[in-house]
Design a binder for this molecule. Structure first.
Ligand code: FES
Ligand code: FES
Length: 153
């Protein structure tokens, strides 16, 4: 058994300690926000926050998670369903196209803005290494700048 929290809920998962967190979230815990894209920490579709740090969940094993706090895209909104600042900026800029990659981008952007409240374009490009097959990168960059401005108001 491995005990940790997901979106502020305590969980205790009995599964192979080598099972990747991505599949624990999707198969054991029913959280389908994190997506499988590559399985080798390259695309970012599976990203979640682990103790606040954006991390590709496809390469993190269950056995390493004792006591950590995980946030998935499902946990970004407030308890009453109010979107987070980053989510609202995504809505305002109508960022997604097919949407598959977007949970990972929302997680990466949330992490970036927590560390750097007003990132430059260069900082965004350096920090957000996720891949979007639909090419939504310009809207993602605009949404991050919008979220930064919203946070300062
Ligand atoms: S599925 Fe994890 S980074 Fe691509
Ligand atoms: S919105 Fe389609 S892959 Fe990014």
């Amino acid at each position: 058994m491995t005990a940790f929290t997901v979106n502020d809920m305590p969980v205790d998962v009995a599964a192979d300690p080598a099972k990747p967190l991505l599949w624990v979230l999707r198969e054991n815990l029913g959280l389908m926000g994190p997506k499988y894209g590559c399985g080798i920490a390259q695309c970012g579709a599976c990203r979640v926050l682990i103790d606040g740090v954006s991390t590709p969940s496809c390469v993190v094993s269950l056995g390493s998670l004792e006591g950590v706090a995980i946030t998935t895209v499902e946990g970004l909104e407030a308890a009453d369903g109010t979107p987070s600042v980053v989510q609202q900026a995504w809505i305002d800029e109508q960022v997604p196209q097919c949407g598959f990659c977007q949970p990972g981008f929302l997680i990466a952007a949330t992490d970036l803005l927590a560390r750097s409240p007003a990132p430059t374009d260069a900082e965004i490009d350096e920090a957000i290494t996720n891949i979007c097959r639909c090419g939504t990168y310009p809207r993602i960059r605009r949404a991050i700048h919008r979220a930064a401005a919203m946070q300062q108001n």
